[in-house]
Write a protein that binds this ligand. Structure first.
Ligand SMILES: Nc1ncnc2c1ncn2[C@@H]1O[C@H](COP(=O)(O)OP(=O)(O)OP(=O)(O)O)[C@@H](O)[C@H]1O
Length: 254
């Protein structure tokens, strides 16, 4: 029996465990025997050099990597099927649907009657209550990522996988959306892939660095204090400097 250090709290967000993950592209293992633990109800950030395999690992967790081997489970050996939402860097909004239509898309694809009032309430929560009937083309990049966040929250899954969701935004919009995401995702088990050490230290209870080929995930850093942390906090700034050193080391082993 797998002995998780992060037992699932009854009825709430589960931990996520990856065991013996292996993925080979073009005959070369990207990772092999990779282990990973995500604590329940917390945000974990995953950093690492470009090409090390972060997005591939995220897709493996989402069940989207057909070629991968290994085991992904909820810490008690159960599958994560139906408990995972995925948010990509591109907002993936459909241009012919209005904002409500984009948020309820998952329900429609599953053949369920869309809960439009809940979608409208979520759009209002992310600050778009007065744009419900707009098409995505009428929005800024930051607004579009707000819609993508509302759509992710609409799925109401206890596990959320995010692949550089704020990477394409300007610094101020990114800062605002990070705070919004931290507030709205509280209590869920989140894996956030990012290239930004400051984003990781602002939002995450655990920070992981992925390095090497085949890649491994290094032991977690657990910065002190509640999230979102103040970017000007001396501990955050010091953590950022240390993380940059670790990332430099990780790149030299990639
Ligand atoms: N479907 C695929 N077929 C072959 N190689 C692939 C495939 N998908 C990814 N790769 C390769 O696997 C490696 C890891 O890709 P991945 O996107 O997971 O890295 P990453 O760490 O997320 O990179 P980045 O930070 O640049 O987004 C890269 O060298 C990439 O070219």
């Amino acid at each position: 029996m797998y002995d998780s250090p992060y037992p699932a709290a009854g009825g709430s967000a589960p931990p996520v465990a990856v065991e013996a993950a292996r993925l080979v592209y073009d005959g070369l293992p990207l990772f092999d025997g990779l282990q990973l633990e995500l604590p329940p109800g917390e945000i974990t950030a995953l950093l690492g050099p470009s090409g090390v395999g972060k997005s591939s690992l995220l897709r493996l967790l989402a069940g989207l990597e057909a070629a991968a081997e290994g085991r992904v489970h909820d810490g008690a050996g159960g599958p994560l099927t139906g408990r995972v939402a995925y948010m990509a860097q591109q907002d993936l909004l459909l241009p012919w649907l209005d904002l409500v239509g984009n948020v309820v898309l998952g329900d429609r694809l599953r053949g369920r009657r869309p809960d439009r009032p809940r979608a409208e309430a979520l759009l209002a929560e992310v600050g778009l209550g007065d744009r419900l009937r707009d098409r995505p083309a009428a929005l800024s990049g930051g607004m579009r990522q707000r819609v993508a966040l509302a759509r992710t929250l609409f799925e109401n899954r206890p596990v959320v996988l995010m692949d550089e969701p704020f990477g394409a935004l300007d610094a101020i919009t990114r800062h605002e959306l990070q705070a919004l995401a931290a507030e709205k995702l509280a209590g869920r088990t989140v894996l956030l892939v990012t290239h930004d050490p400051l984003e990781a230290l602002r939002l995450a209870q655990s920070v992981l660095v992925m390095a090497g080929r085949p890649a491994q995930v290094e032991p977690p850093i657990r910065p002190a204090g509640p999230v979102p942390r103040d970017p000007g906090d001396p501990l955050v700034l010091q953590g950022q400097a240390e993380l940059l050193v670790r990332l430099g080391r990780a790149r030299s082993t990639a």
